[in-house]
Ligand binder design. Sequence first.
Ligand code: TRP
Length: 453
Amino acid sequence: MKDRKRGTFSGKLGYVLATAGSAVGLGNIWRFPYLAAKYGGGVFLLIYILLAVTFGYAMIISETALGRMTGKSPIGAFRSFGGGKLIQAGGWLNALIPMIIVPYYSVIGGWVCRYLWGYLTGGAALMADEQMFTSFLASPVATEVSFLVFAALTMMVIFGGVENGIERVSRFMMPLLAVLTLVVVIFSVTRPGAMEGVRYFLIPDFHHFSLMTLVSALGQMFYSLSIAMGILITFGSYMKKDVDIEGTTIQVEIFDTLIAILAGLMVIPAVFSFSGGDAEALGKGPSLMFVTIPKVFEAMGGAWIGILFFALVLVAALTSSVSLAESACSTFEDELGWSRKKSAAVVSIILVGLGTFSCLGFNILSGLTPLGMDILTFFDFLTNSLMMPLAAIAICFLILRITGIEAISKEMHISSRFRREKVYIFVMRYLVIILLLVILVSSVLEAAGIIHI
Ligand code: TRP
């Protein structure tokens, strides 16, 4: 967005809704439960929450304050402080991440569309069949068509410039999603054998801890809170000076984490009740939600719940994918001076290209397994475990070395008492860099097959 067009959020509520809208999405409902199931249950949850209230908190504050201070999007914000080429590369890194995420995000969005369609036309029993998902993924045409439907919905919003419309829809759909999830949770945890799943998910058992628990919890925290990809810098730049950054950050974190926990309670106990809860069932990965939830819906007796659920998830996913695609577009508009049409066209091409590649990874290209992962998981790993820690390091470096922590504190004090200032400073000074380096090094070693975490 060009500076002259830069709007502002109407106030605190506008900011919280926009940020929560971009935060709550497939990350909470699809990604969080499968990672928690796979990487340790209760320990994963505990580490996730600890990271969110320290590290996540500090990162949201940093990005939002940087954005509000400079009034710019990530590349511009990094540039406005001077700094070397390396620092400016940090800005580009932040801006690049959404361009890689939005294609594979849209592939999962396509899965959601396929399930919504399935419930509308096929019924609950059909969708609950385990073969259903496997044969869907094995078909290049089916996966591609579903992906294109979701991608087209996203780009229609971008081309049409009707983000406000979708935001208005999501305003009442999101609370509805929370309520519906709660209903499914109550049903799910009362199935025979489900309590063991509740225990697995809520009570930390350190025998289940591995380095991968830490790495995946950190990646998930970035992903779910939409940190380390410049989005919050952009949002901050739209924020008025009197909106309390500290208060809004806490609200967004609480809402986002609650939805993730509810999704976990919906999926994990069901894995125990319907699939035994052994390591294989828990380690299903990206397909977990699509295999487990339909079984719950079948037991609940009807397609209606499936229709309602997947329709709401679709809206939550769309608000997120639109804001990712929007961020990619505005980078082109701002940095390369392209028109909105041209930017949107280029984003569409990247979206279709990389997204198709991810789809084919489950069928025609299933022999292609970079770092032993399917292509979608590879893009997911590349962004969450490698690029985002690097982007976060760049932001911390910018603050520690160039703007100074005081500049952020000063910006924060304009609008709040900044009660957790000491926590913020401590996390920024010590925790962030150490943690990031540990994660980055271990992900690289793991990827290279040198260690197994
Ligand atoms: N947080 C979103 C989710 O949980 C995914 C996401 C990551 C996102 N980065 C984003 C959404 C940037 C919007 C903008 O699904």
